[in-house]
Structure formats: C-alpha cells, structure tokens
Design a protein around this ligand. Structure first.
Ligand code: PRT
Ligand code: MG
Length: 235
C-alpha cells in the first residue's frame, strides 16, 4: 500500500500528476499476466478484467490513472521503448532478440522461467552434425540467439525464421534442429524430439521506459520497490 499512499498524499510531486498522471503497463496475456497479478496486487494495483475472457486491449484498474495494455509478448519491449507504455514485463528471450535499447531493466522477476535449448529428432546424431566446420539448418523464432550460440561453437548455420510451432520443423525436414524454449519438456516429448544443448536460463524482467522513470519517478519507484520485495520474499 506504499504505492497508494504516495499516489494520493505526496504533494511534493503534484507537478508530475498535473503533467501526466496516467501510468500504462504493457503485459502479454497468459503466463506473464497470470504471474504478474500477485505482484501488482502487492503494489495495490488490481486490473478490472481478465484478458483471457475480455476482448479489450486496454484494461482499466482499481486506479483511474493506471491502465494495462495487452500486447503480444514480443511486442512488450517496443511499447515500452517508445513510451506508449511506461513499464512492462518481458521474457529475457524477447529482450535479447529486441536488443533492449532505451529500456531500464531493474529487476529479474524470476517468473515464467524456462530454458532456451537446441532440440532435434530423437535419434538424430547431433554431436556429429554439430562439429566445428559443419553446416546445420536451424528453425527458430529466435534468430539472434541461435546465430550467436552457433557462432560461439564455430558451427555454420542457416537460420530459418518461424513464428511458432518450431517443433514441427525437424519432423517434416524443414530443419535439422530447432532453438526454442523448454519448460516441462512435454511438447518435445509429444513430438519425438529431444533437447541436446542448453543455451540459456530464461525468466521475465521488469522493463521501464527511461524517460517515464524520470518524469513519473514518484509513481514508478514504489512499484519497483514492491516488486523487488516480492521477488526477495519468494526466493
Ligand atoms: O504464444 P505467443 O506466440 O502469443 O507468444 P509467446 O509464446 O512469446 O508468449 P507466451 O505468453 O507463450 O510466453 C511469454 C514468455 O513466457 C516467453 O517470452 C518466455 O520468456 C516465457 N516462457 C516460459 C515460455 C515458456 N515458459 C514456454 N514453455 N514461452 C514459451 N513456451 C513454449 C515453448 O516455446 C514451447 O512451444 O511452450 C512450449 C514448451 O513448453 P513445455 O512445457 O512443453 O516444455
Ligand atoms: Mg506461446
């Protein structure tokens, strides 16, 4: 409730309220929205609707000056970078691909955790196929991460950019391997694929527009503090 007190009683920052009172939070629906809700609640912010059941893209909250915009997970950094949202939450996978420019990333929220992996058809001889000097076809939604990974191993790759269902690519001969996120491993198993290489541990970060942080400091800083406390309490 620190946040609510600041919002209403910190007269020192009244000029900020007069200048631009609205705070816009960019979230993707699904796991990030679900895992962010408890942290927002600790900061005293409660969305009025559930994006899974509502078709609205702008969701009001219990504060008339705070709203949530629902965007694709990979679009969250773009909304925050251009200031269309003051802050948002995005996976490290998305942030690496985006480049993170213009974004302040104060906290690893440790939510939506998973691993970026290389996976192949069960029985495919990946060790042999990925010797330095070899050439592999990789299907992925993450061309930047995949390119960096194989460059560091000295393996030549042809990257095939996909937007979803990467698991299909090796099954129909589109690629030798995929670079994708793995959480339980059930999707790989159901499609007779296996993970053969770990690239990175992934979790979601709070991202803040740098100008918003300066101009709306008294609104945003207490939220950052509350999120930090929530992460510390859960780890
Ligand atoms: O789904 P959409 O195409 O709209 O976008 P998105 O996939 O980017 O969004 P969303 O909401 O699915 O994921 C948002 C963020 O959650 C990602 O950017 C990751 O940081 C994080 N995250 C955590 C995951 C997973 N776990 C995950 N398991 N994102 C995707 N997956 C997918 C994975 O791509 C694979 O298809 O789930 C499948 C594997 O799951 P398991 O449990 O079967 O291993
Ligand atoms: Mg998804």
């Amino acid at each position: 409730m620190i946040f609510i007190d600041n919002l209403h009683s910190n007269s020192k920052f009244d000029w900020v309220k007069n200048m631009s009172q609205q705070l816009t939070i960019a979230l993707s629906k699904g796991r990030i929205f679900d895992e962010t809700l408890p942290m927002l609640a600790q900061a005293g912010i409660v969305p009025n609707e559930n994006p899974e059941t509502s078709r609205k893209l702008i969701i009001d909250t219990n504060h008339q000056d705070i709203r949530v915009v629902i965007v694709r997970a990979s679009d969250v950094p773009t909304y925050v970078q251009y200031g269309a949202a003051d802050f948002g939450i995005a996976g490290k996978d998305v942030l690496i691909e985006h480049g993170g420019s213009g974004l302040y990333q104060p906290i690893d929220l440790k939510i939506a955790q998973c691993r970026m992996m290389v996976a192949v058809r069960q029985g495919f001889d990946y060790r042999k196929a990925s010797q330095p000097g070899c050439r592999l076809r990789i299907a992925t939604k993450y061309p930047h991460i995949a390119r960096e990974h194989f460059a560091s191993k000295g393996v030549h790759v042809d990257i095939i950019k996909l937007y979803g269902s990467m698991e299909l690519a090796p099954l129909v001969g589109l690629s030798d391997a995929i670079v994708d996120l793995v959480s339980t491993g059930n999707t790989l198993k159901a499609n007779h694929l296996e993970a053969v290489e770990h690239i990175a541990d992934i979790s979601s970060r709070l991202i803040v527009n740098k100008a918003s942080l300066k101009l709306k400091y008294n609104l945003i800083q207490p939220i950052i503090e509350t999120f930090k406390q929530a992460v510390a309490a859960s780890s």
